[in-house]
Design a protein around this ligand. Structure first.
Ligand code: PEP
Length: 261
């Protein structure tokens, strides 16, 4: 399976010009690779500025790339009286192929719940997008079963009601909240446990066969120094990269690490 490396730019950068510069630099820094799929998720307002090629890659300023475009969130209706919302068809129409949902920052700051994430997952899949569902515990309590159950509930509720066939367009990103935007990444050993656990939850919902190859990503303070260890020893199929993706050279190096495995 190809590794999946996702850049989450969050609410950055501040202007279209800067976003175009970062996108151009990212295209340049990311090595062409058959082993790695790279998705860049800028703020939605910039997405249509990154024209996409007929092959499904994105392009900017004459540079065609294999980078895929992703959004950081989506609403569950395509159109209607939902001020401020962006629907799945809108994203699709500007060349988006992936959408992140349930990111902890959306859950904490914008009121996303397991139920709203479930509606977004269903709508995005129906709209032909691939979804990256973020899950992760807030803290590691003394009782390990507590945070494991928290993650289980997030996975089960987000994916409730979707078909086995649709599951091929779903990725789960394990992002412990305490590791996001901090200097404290998880360890590959504990990520491995969580990746196996998430696949066990998937097995319980959809069966062992699909669970075995179900893609799980790790996210939380990924950088050049730890990316390789997560990919090699963390049992994950890729990475969700926040801050480090704003530095095109660092992001390119992370993709290089994935390419070399
Ligand atoms: C994220 O945005 O999901 C993330 C993991 O951020 P960071 O890499 O900055 O911790």
């Amino acid at each position: 399976m190809k590794k999946l490396i996702v850049a989450n730019w969050k609410c950055n950068p501040a202007t279209l010009r800067q976003a175009q510069e970062l996108f151009r630099a990212t295209i340049k820094a990311v090595p062409k690779s058959k082993n790695v799929k790279v998705v860049v998720c800028p703020p939605s307002v910039y997405l249509s500025g990154f024209r996409f090629s007929a092959k499904g890659g994105s392009a900017f300023g004459g540079q065609v790339s294999g980078l895929k475009l992703g959004a950081q969130d989506v609403f569950w209706e395509d159109t209607g009286a939902y001020t401020g919302a962006v629907g799945p068809r809108m994203l699709k129409s500007v060349g988006v192929t992936y959408v992140v949902m349930g990111h902890s920052e959306r859950r904490e700051q914008f009121g996303d719940t397991n139920e709203s994430v479930r509606k977004k997952v269903a709508a995005a899949l129906k709209g032909g997008l691939c979804v990256i569902v973020c899950v992760g515990e807030k803290t590691r309590e003394a009782d390990a079963s507590e945070y494991a159950l928290y993650v289980k509930k997030e996975v089960e509720e987000a994916l409730r009601g979707i078909s086995k066939a649709a599951l091929k367009n779903v990725v789960v990103a394990y992002e412990p909240l305490w590791a996001i935007g901090s200097d404290e990444a998880d360890t590959p050993e504990s990520t491995l446990e969580m990746a196996l656990y998430i696949r066990k939850i998937i097995a319980g919902m959809f069966g062992n066969v699909v669970a075995q190859s179900f893609p799980v990503l790790y996210g939380g303070s990924v950088n050049i120094g730890n990316a390789r260890a997560f990919l090699r020893d963390g049992g994950v199929d890729g990475l969700l990269v926040g801050r480090a993706s704003l530095d095109s050279k660092a992001f390119g190096k992370i993709v290089e690490e994935a390419n070399g495995l």
